[in-house]
Design a protein around this ligand. Structure first.
Ligand code: HEC
Ligand code: HEC
Ligand code: HEC
Ligand code: HEC
Ligand code: HEC
Ligand code: HEC
Ligand code: HEC
Ligand code: HEC
Ligand code: HEC
Length: 370
């Protein structure tokens, strides 16, 4: 068996170039004990897959033009298929010599994938593969193999996001090599999200239709603060999560909820958590009549407290203060109109849940109070 020592030599060389690849168990267990942010930290381990060509008789799904050409010496020191010897150049230089557009991208783009800077062969077999694009593994498994915290979300999260299992999956949103956008995103997250959520046909896992966010935003000019900043991930975790609607914190799923501050932790990430906590105040909110806190009145009930969605639309509205035009009422989806009017010192609601009522949050009103 003449080839054997050469293969050993090659894999020893491989080991030298990409230190943790080879048969040794991935160094994952020994790594950083408790990551501060569950999805950020965790230095991913390296692959342990073989870089040998697909054995004769097995079908390859993709193959590399210079390899199918049969001239091993394009990359190896010898042209003998049984004993091609070490590669002519080490590391990524070998690949980037031919892939000059990628070489330019790896140089010029602001965000570079550490895995690609380290070694192209972390993910690609230089010869051929049973997977597309010469990948060493099924594409999503490949990514999840190094990104354990994301794997936990994608595989184990109670609320799953179909974007993870649809189309190009991870690569649909991320460029595996380099990008000018943070987190290796192909485009701004906002644009990625609105692309898929710009359709009336998206349904959640229970079959309920989801709002067409593109239409919603274009028809409703008053955009909620973070939406104005094009920041969908200020509130949503794209990979999967434990909260209703992939929210980054708790928010009640139904129209009514029994009040506790913790139930609205999402909103209180950014807004005053006293807003509905106290019955009387002239400071915690402007939704008050004199010092009578109307947030408290509507929301703070042990039984059927109205959730924020009774009046506010999370993404965009026509009215100021994210006040919605109509509220879904009853089980059959009938929309009850909210005729809100802003006034110089407060506002009024008409023919909604109750007959016309107005509030006055001016200093005058507070002063007048007996
Ligand atoms: C496009 C460049 C390229 C071509 C063409 C190429 N190889 Fe390779 N080959 C590589 C690289 C890169 C490695 C990994 C070497 C390393 O890790 O340092 C490799 C490694 C190998 C290994 C060792 C695999 C392992 O897991 O240790 C074998 C065997 C091999 N090549 C056979 C061949 C044969 C046979 C041909 C010609 C039919 C060929 N190669 C053509 C780039 C190429
Ligand atoms: C001698 C030139 C040459 C070298 C060296 C080379 N490639 Fe390629 N590669 C090509 C050509 C030609 C193609 C096919 C045309 C294209 O897609 O650009 C290709 C295609 C690819 C593809 C796409 C395959 C597909 O099915 O979509 C990948 C991935 C790839 N190369 C990775 C590598 C890696 C990794 C290395 C280094 C180990 C490397 N290449 C070295 C010439 C080269
Ligand atoms: C983290 C894994 C990973 C690493 C590391 C990696 N790639 Fe890729 N590469 C991919 C994936 C995934 C695709 C398929 C992308 C898609 O479907 O759009 C791909 C596609 C390609 C293609 C096909 C054309 C394209 O851009 O889509 C080429 C060529 C390529 N890679 C070359 C390289 C080279 C050269 C390196 C080293 C600088 C490298 N890759 C490092 C994952 C990786
Ligand atoms: C061989 C291991 C490995 C593989 C495979 C891998 N990654 Fe990574 N990835 C890393 C490392 C290392 C980092 C840098 C982590 C850090 O700096 O904390 C990283 C970082 C990232 C980042 C964050 C980049 C940033 O700057 O914020 C994203 C996004 C990412 N990878 C996506 C992917 C996707 C998508 C795939 C599959 C195509 C993939 N990774 C496959 C090792 C890997
Ligand atoms: C729907 C688009 C989308 C898909 C699909 C997607 N991601 Fe992400 N990913 C994002 C966005 C957006 C961010 C930035 C999150 C932020 O800024 O809070 C991100 C961030 C990351 C990060 C770095 C920050 C972090 O949260 O650790 C990694 C690693 C990552 N993604 C890996 C993956 C992997 C692996 C897959 C495939 C299983 C995947 N992503 C699929 C949109 C996506
Ligand atoms: C590739 C298409 C695609 C992309 C990109 C995408 N989504 Fe989705 N999203 C879906 C589909 C399909 C569903 C419905 C099935 C489901 O619930 O997972 C969905 C569901 C959702 C849900 C409701 C989840 C539930 O079950 O309650 C939210 C919230 C969401 N997406 C937010 C986002 C955000 C934020 C982004 C951008 C970071 C984004 N999506 C990007 C396809 C996509
Ligand atoms: C300020 C926080 C916040 C931001 C920013 C945000 N969302 Fe949401 N999103 C929510 C809340 C809260 C819900 C649940 C609304 C409800 O059920 O009343 C939701 C629900 C959704 C749903 C499900 C809609 C349905 O019909 O039930 C989708 C899809 C969605 N968001 C996508 C996006 C996209 C895309 C972006 C960026 C353009 C985005 N979100 C930005 C808070 C936010
Ligand atoms: C990521 C931070 C963030 C989260 C989470 C968030 N908001 Fe906001 N919200 C803002 C910003 C920023 C503004 C704009 C403030 C300004 O223009 O002064 C705003 C404005 C508002 C306004 C209008 C106030 C005005 O003066 O125009 C309402 C109402 C509102 N948010 C309700 C909510 C509700 C309800 C939730 C939970 C579903 C929520 N917000 C979650 C950041 C957030
Ligand atoms: C019964 C309707 C109603 C409900 C329910 C409601 N709000 Fe409001 N909210 C309003 C009105 C009306 C305003 C505008 C007050 C004004 O005139 O400035 C407002 C204003 C706000 C503001 C701007 C700052 C302030 O307090 O003046 C925030 C933030 C806000 N609401 C958050 C919430 C959150 C979070 C919830 C759920 C816990 C919620 N609202 C529930 C009607 C409501």
């Amino acid at each position: 068996m003449r080839a054997l020592p050469v293969v050993v030599a090659l894999s020893t060389l491989a080991f030298g170039l990409a230190p943790a690849r080879g048969n040794a168990p991935p160094p994952r267990a020994a790594a950083a004990p408790t990551p501060a942010s569950p999805s950020r930290a965790a230095p991913p381990a390296k692959r342990a897959s073989s870089l040998r060509p697909v054995p004769p008789g097995q079908k390859a799904k993709s193959s590399h033009a210079p390899f199918t050409d049969g001239e091993c010496s394009i990359c190896h020191q010898r042209n003998d298929p049984k004993d091609p010897g070490p590669t002519v150049k080490s590391g990524n230089a070998l690949c980037l010599e031919c892939h000059d557009d990628l070489s330019a991208a790896m140089k010029s783009r602001k965000v570079k994938h550490k895995a690609a800077v380290e070694a192209c062969v972390n993910c690609h077999n230089p010869h051929d593969s049973r997977e597309p694009a010469l990948l060493l593994e099924e594409p999503m498994a490949l990514c999840l193999g190094c990104h354990e915290p994301i794997k936990k979300l994608v595989v184990g999260a109670p609320v799953k996001h179909e974007a993870m299992t649809q189309g190009k999956r991870c690569s649909g949103c991320h460029n595996p090599h380099a990008s000018d956008v943070e987190s290796l995103l192909r485009r701004l997250a906002f644009d990625l999200c609105v692309d898929c959520h710009g359709s009336d046909r998206v349904r959640d896992d229970k079959g309920r239709p989801l709002q067409n966010i593109r239409t919603l935003l274009s028809r409703n000019p008053v955009h909620h603060g973070p939406i104005g900043n094009k920041d969908c991930t200020a509130c949503h975790q794209p990979h999967g999560g434990g909260n209703f609607r992939l929210l980054i914190n708790t928010y009640p799923p139904d129209f009514y909820a029994s009040y506790a501050k913790s139930v609205y932790a999402l909103c209180f990430e950014c807004h005053n958590d006293q807003l509905a906590a106290v019955e009387r105040s002239t400071t915690v909110t402007k939704f008050r009549d004199g010092d009578r806190n109307l947030h408290y009145l509507h929301v703070n009930k042990s039984d059927r407290g109205r959730t924020c969605r009774a009046c506010h639309e999370a993404h965009a509205s026509k009215q100021p203060f994210q006040i919605r035009d109509a509220v879904p009422y009853g089980a059959r989806g009938w929309m009850l109109r909210v005729l809100y009017k802003q006034t110089a010192s407060g506002g009024s609601c008409d023919k909604t849940c109750h007959a016309a009522k107005a509030y006055d949050n001016s200093e005058r009103k507070v002063a007048k109070k007996p």
